[in-house]
Write a protein that binds this ligand. Sequence first.
Ligand SMILES: [Fe+2]
Length: 251
Amino acid sequence: MRLAFISDIHGNLPALDAVLADISLREVDATYHLGDLVGYGPWPNEVIDRIRARGIAGIAGNYDTTVALGHDTCGCQHDDPVQKALSVESYRWTTAKVTPGNKRFLASLPFRLDLRPFGGHAAGPAVIIVHGAATLNTVYWREDRTESFCRKMIARLGANAGDVVLFGHTHKPWSRVVDGRTLVNTGSVGRPRDGDPRGSYALVDLGADGADIRFPRVAYDLDRASAAIVAAGLPPALGAILRTGGLRTSD
Ligand SMILES: [Fe+2]
């Protein structure tokens, strides 16, 4: 059983299409998204349309919910005042751009999904997906979190030994096993922050021996994304950030 998990697309249509094309070559049984479909990128509605057209089930990210429900901010963290100003401008633009119908769709996304890839009538691992953390999407489940933090999240999620828990939100891919639970941060399709500008997703192979995790990286047309950011009236710095793999920002 092979599953693909995509997260934090952030309105970046060429990155999404490149990742979906890569997934299509890997004999994947199913693909799920982990939220933050919109924000920062110039194609929020097009990304939502693509996800819906492909029938990709998934959950709400912090950006999706705040745009859908009209919050004052996206609930993102900022390294410095420049990044905060960029984020505020992006949030205002995205809130104005996403159509009422798509806001209703974003508002309808669940907080978490529980999968039983081998069927609910048979033994086998559960796969749990959330956007940020067990109870809140404003919490960043980073690679340097302590074992104690991970255990707390595992308990709140109700994950059992052998289960796989996937999340995104930090835009940096990593994987780790804690008390027999495989923890996976997918990284970001459309706004990586680990210094590699290529889109990231998680490929999970589930079998009798457990879970094998990979993080394919997929190049896409950065020139097209940067030009579209400018043409849309978004800050050009958002394109520069994509080229550096997010080293100059946080969200
Ligand atoms: Fe995000």
